[in-house]
Design a protein around this ligand. Structure first.
Ligand code: PMV
Length: 298
């Protein structure tokens, strides 16, 4: 049979957790949005065994079992900062499922993307809540609650938010940070429970504010800052994150918080004219992005 050269791609957006990281692991809701950055997976036909065009051995060992045993070469292109709390592994897993479906002449559905995404996310992060790949697969803001019987997912309309996202330059390790909170829960249950409940209450307030047709940026920003204070009390902030938070508050920002697991990763901030701050932050050594909710092109 003649060799048929084929190329198929799949794209999925990354995410930002607006509120509820860590507390979501303990049954409180989280709210996350899909973002205008993401991961594209390209499958090309090749002779011989399937392989990834990436030097990342761990990534290859996790994802290779999902490929046909031969004939597929995989390239990964990401506009997301990797390992910084913007859902790069979740976007990668959903983009791979989409590219593989396209390879077979199909379109993947949400339940396949959710199931495979969860099994890949478990290998990357241990025991994830599942919010990352849910948002990535739905392409919509979600109000997400982890339940023993399965997640409760309420899709919401993407809000007209423009956020400044600043990379602290440090990698946040999700599994390690989730473990850090679990350890605190064991050692100081009363204090930790109270902090998690406070985050749960803040999430409910943010939810109400996001449902308003016109966003009240000062009060939404204040909620983000309160949320950050609780995450800081859990020991999830770092000096770099604090210096970014200080920059935002001293430059007229409405509010800011770490987003994702913490211990590094990104800070998301609500501030007027976010693009104006990108060059100043670059001079301080921080890469910053102007982030909007994802808008599908089709
Ligand atoms: O760091 P990320 O983007 O994987 O987000 C982690 C969010 C946590 O609530 C800390 C963990 C989870 O599985 O939801």
């Amino acid at each position: 049979m003649p060799f048929e050269k084929r190329t198929h791609t799949g794209f999925a957006p990354g995410k930002l957790i607006l509120t509820g990281e860590h507390s979501v692991v303990y049954g409180y809701p989280a709210i996350a949005i899909p973002v205008n950055l993401g991961v594209t997976v390209t499958l090309s036909s090749t002779h011989g065994g399937s392989y990834f065009r990436t030097p990342d051995a761990r990534l290859e060992s996790i994802l290779l079992p999902f490929l046909p045993t031969s004939g597929v070469a995989v390239s990964i292109h990401s506009t997301l900062p990797m390992g910084k709390g913007m859902g790069s592994s979740a976007a990668l897993s959903v983009a791979l499922v989409r590219a593989l479906a396209s390879w077979e002449g199909k379109t993947s559905d949400f339940s396949t993307e959710y199931e495979i995404g969860m099994s890949i996310e478990k290998q990357f992060h241990g025991n994830p809540s599942g919010v990352d790949h849910t948002v990535s697969a739905l392409g919509k803001m979600v109000f997400y609650t982890k339940k023993a019987s399965g997640p409760e997912i309420t899709p919401m309309q993407n809000p007209p938010l423009e956020l400044l996202v600043v990379d602290s330059g440090e990698m946040g390790n999700t599994a390690t940070m989730v473990e850090h909170v679990a350890k605190q829960y064991k050692e100081s249950p009363e204090t930790t429970k109270e902090i998690l409940k406070n985050i749960g209450d803040i999430t409910q307030t943010i939810h109400e504010k996001l449902l308003c047709p016109i966003l009240d940026l000062p009060s939404l920003g204040a909620c983000f800052t309160q949320n950050h204070e609780q995450l800081r009390n859990l020991g999830l902030s770092t000096p770099a994150i604090e210096s970014i938070i200080t920059y935002i508050s001293t430059h007229g920002g409405y509010g800011a918080k770490l987003s994702g697991s913490g211990g590094g990763g990104v800070v998301m901030a609500l501030i007027d004219s976010p693009a104006q701050h990108v060059p100043t932050l670059a001079e301080m050594g921080y890469t910053a992005y102007v982030i909007h909710p994802f808008v599908p092109t089709a």
